[in-house]
Design a protein around this ligand. Structure first.
Ligand SMILES: Cc1cc2nc3c(=O)[nH]c(=O)nc-3n(C[C@H](O)[C@H](O)[C@H](O)COP(=O)(O)OP(=O)(O)OC[C@H]3O[C@@H](n4cnc5c(N)ncnc54)[C@H](O)[C@@H]3O)c2cc1C
Length: 429
């Protein structure tokens, strides 16, 4: 079922007599986007294509060459295809064709063919591809300001006065916070603090890249133990693995509270006695950087406040464990740009419809992270683990049978109900 977009409230905001090239009057043309990651870059691209004048400010000096791998789910890839970027981006990444579930006491994993239609690639490659598409737009296109950040915001009925760490202060019609989990725009423009908006999922996640010591090809391998688990996915080319270690804990671990080498020590402490291939993985870990972050999602009652609106992780981070962050960032950017374009810049109507378009998908995506924590690091003792693993094995065999009979339920339903067709006019150019 396609969610119904509720009727918009009465229009608000004054048209400022700006016109797109085809003479459609739009108000609020001058949009500042804080954060040039996935959502910010996509949003600016779409806005510029529809006659807005976006400026993107990012604290980083520019897209990096290296960086973490992220997943773009099938729905996200569908959206990139509609933008005309899918084919190019597919060449940069890979996807798994197999899930290997390892169970204690068994040498061989249970194999499950997997065709999610998603893609695993470096975050920076995705951002760079979107930015290159924006760079090809005719003038004025998207204005980029790298290496700067917003330090203050003050809005009135007609606009937002913004001060920056480096550039002189400037007034914009609208400000978008696309600046990630610890969004500075959210902190400056919305009541409450991060403590009110971030929800810790009671697990910390250690991530590192290593040579492919498992020797797997296009596969995601996993093994769980009581209160902890390991997921190792092959990276494009199968030479390397991305290893994620889930550790249940009532308390979040923050990198800035750790001394040098503490990440390695913590992982050794939690997984040092474990079997399977953990000894090899831990040896591989010794030569590489490890990051530990708390599994966290963002919950906010509203995503806009006057002329300021949030998108992507800043508004609704589903946590990286969900594998849905990039896709929900892309969907949110499309919905926000689409609604602003349909409402000819009337932000009151547009922000209302944007939230209505996204809420359902966000709820689904956030439920995935909770599920991954519960299954990937179960709150269970050894006996319950034994029962769980045997049940898992039976269910996997059941799914294989359903597969063979062609009765497989959709593997990746998040975003199925996002009304992509509503935004078809955004793909016209
Ligand atoms: C280290 C890391 C690993 C991840 N791994 C995965 C994964 O394996 N799977 C998965 O699905 N998702 C993963 N994610 C999450 C995924 O990258 C995001 O959900 C997705 O990119 C959301 O897009 P976004 O635009 O909201 O945020 P991002 O793409 O993260 O963009 C936020 C942007 O804001 C900028 N910014 C931050 N602070 C400021 C500031 N003060 N001023 C200006 N700009 C600022 C940043 O430089 C960045 O460019 C990971 C995220 C991180 C940070």
């Amino acid at each position: 079922m396609v969610p119904r977009i509720p009727d918009s409230p009465e229009p608000g905001g004054d048209p400022n007599d700006a016109y797109t090239e085809d003479r459609v009057p739009i108000s609020n043309r001058n949009v500042l986007v804080s954060g040039g990651g996935v959502s910010g870059t996509a949003l600016a691209l779409w806005l510029a294509r529809k006659g807005f004048a976006p400026t993107v400010v990012d604290s980083a000096p520019g897209p990096r060459a290296e960086g973490d791998h992220v997943e773009v789910s099938r729905r996200g890839m569908e959206l990139l295809d509609r933008m005309g970027q899918g084919e190019r981006i597919r060449h940069l990444g890979s996807h798994y064709t197999e899930i290997r579930t390892h169970i204690s006491g068994r040498d061989q994993p249970i194999l499950m063919p997997f065709q999610s239609g998603g893609l695993l690639l470096r975050h920076e490659q995705l951002v760079r591809a979107l930015r290159e598409a924006a760079d090809k737009l005719p003038d004025p296109g998207v204005r980029h300001r790298d290496g700067d950040t917003i330090t203050d915001l003050a809005q009135d009925d007609d606009g937002v006065d913004v001060t920056f760490a480096r550039a002189p202060a400037e007034r914009f019609d609208l400000v978008v916070g696309a600046d990630g989990l610890y969004s500075p725009v959210r902190r400056l423009a919305f009541p409450g603090s991060d403590d009110d908006h971030l929800r810790y999922l009671e697990a910390n996640v250690a991530t590192f890249e290593s040579p492919n010591v498992l020797g797997t090809r296009d596969a995601l391998s996993w093994h769980v133990w009581p209160h902890r688990g390991c997921v190792a996915a092959t990276l494009p080319g199968n030479e390397r693995l991305q290893v994620q270690l889930l550790m249940r804990d009532r308390f979040p671990v923050y990198a800035d509270s750790l001394d040098q080498g503490a990440e390695h020590r913590l992982v050794e402490e939690v997984f040092g006695e474990d079997g399977w291939r953990m000894p090899e993985l831990l040896r591989a870990m010794a030569d590489t950087d490890v990051s530990i972050v708390p599994a966290t999602r963002v919950r906010m009652d509203v995503w806009s406040r006057g002329r300021v609106v949030l998108v992507g992780d800043a508004a609704y981070c589903p946590d990286r464990l969900s594998g849905q962050g990039p896709a929900t960032a892309l969907m949110g950017a499309l919905a926000l740009a689409g609604e602003l374009s349909f409402a000819e810049g009337d932000h009151g109507r547009a922000f209302f419809s944007y939230e209505a378009a996204m809420r359902h998908t966000v709820r689904e995506a956030q439920a995935v992270a909770r599920h991954v924590v519960e299954t990937g690091a179960p709150e269970a003792g050894p006996y319950e683990m034994w029962v769980r693993e045997r049940t898992e094995a039976a269910l996997t065999r059941g799914s294989l049978l359903l597969n063979r009979l062609g009765l497989r339920p959709p593997m990746d339903p998040v975003g199925e109900e996002f009304a992509l067709e509503r935004y078809a006019p955004m793909f016209d150019d």
